[in-house]
Design a protein around this ligand. Structure first.
Ligand code: FES
Length: 322
């Protein structure tokens, strides 16, 4: 059961061109909100009953308010337009508890790379690393300075942050960032898929094929090149849900998440688009065509886990730990 709560919009702040931040607070008590860690997001329910995911970008130690920032996307599905055009201070908003699929792992150095509104989880990460005295550098790129939110807040981190407005400063030198990464260092990327692909290419150029140094979060599949699915020999396959005791015969194109939910099997899910990681499911046996944007190439090749909202079997029998 998804844990939901209604919160009040206590503050709305214009942060940059097209970006507004919201502070969400409890309605009838001063009890602290549930804790969260940098990289976490909440889902907000929009009027059509669907959800949108937004990274928490406030101070995790401030339990009185959850802060998110929303970029107006005129070609989006309507969630950002609802926030910008309809939502006002004092309104109530139904939200889920924080979830975190973009955890800040231990490393001797973190290279944080944010594109546009992808700054939101990175800001909380950078501030946490700074507070703990751990080495990091945040490279923050945007189309133009006026579109880059939270510049003043980030300026407090001094020369550990580089601001690059594309129209005046050009794009970040990703290969240089990768070259300077010490052994064991990690690269965190959040932004459009083009930025992720560019970081992967730079990692490949500098570190060979090993892209295991990259951790990323995407906000949408926009810009993801469609690719041909892997063809399978058979029209049907056997799906075994080991924990719940279901065995079914399905076509490879059946959506496993929808099938599991229809059977009453509880599976966390948010995006249903292979980008959030919430439906990660352990593979007991079998192979799949990974269509997600969550797992690294190495993780996909290991065939230990899959995103059941988008990925499909390539074997006659797939057994999952569900
Ligand atoms: S629901 Fe988001 S990856 Fe499956």
């Amino acid at each position: 059961m998804v844990e939901q709560r209604e919160l009040r919009v206590s503050q709305m702040t214009w942060e940059a061109d097209g970006v507004v931040s919201l502070c969400l607070t409890r309605i009838e008590s001063d009890d602290p909100l549930p804790p969260w860690e940098p990289g976490a997001h909440i889902d907000i329910y929009v009027p059509d009953g669907t959800t949108r995911q937004y990274s928490l970008c406030g101070d995790p130690d401030d339990r009185s308010c959850w802060k998110i920032a929303v970029l107006l996307e005129p070609k989006g599905r309507g969630g950002s337009a609802f926030v910008h055009d309809q939502l006002r201070v004092g309104d109530r908003l139904l939200v889920t508890r924080p979830k975190n699929h973009f955890v800040l792992e231990d490393a001797p150095h973190h290279a944080l790379i944010a594109g546009g509104i992808g700054i939101t989880p990175m800001m909380a990460m950078a501030e946490r690393l700074a507070r703990d005295g751990r080495p990091f550098h945040l490279t923050y790129g945007g189309r133009a300075a006026a579109s880059m939110a939270f510049r003043r807040r980030l300026a407090a981190l001094g020369d550990r942050v580089s601001f690059l407005a594309e129209d005046t400063d050009g794009r970040p030198d990703l290969e240089a960032i990768l070259r300077e990464l010490p052994d064991g260092g990690l690269v965190y990327v959040c932004g459009p898929v083009g930025l992720l692909r560019a970081v992967e290419k730079a990692a490949e150029a500098v570190h060979g094929l090993d892209q295991d140094v990259i951790r990323f979060e995407l906000f949408s599949r926009t810009g993801v090149e469609p690719r041909e699915p892997v063809t399978v020999d058979s029209d049907t396959y056997e799906l075994v849900l080991a924990k719940s005791g279901h065995t079914l015969r399905l076509t490879p194109e059946s959506n496993i998440l929808e099938v599991a939910l229809a059977l009453g099997v509880e599976v966390e899910n948010d995006c249903r688009d292979g980008i959030c990681g919430s439906c990660t499911t352990q593979i007991v046996s079998g192979t799949v065509d990974h269509r997600d944007l969550v797992l690294t190439k190495k993780e996909q090749a290991a065939m230990d886990t899959m995103m059941i909202c988008v990925s499909r079997p390539t074997c006659p029998r797939l057994e999952l730990n569900l």
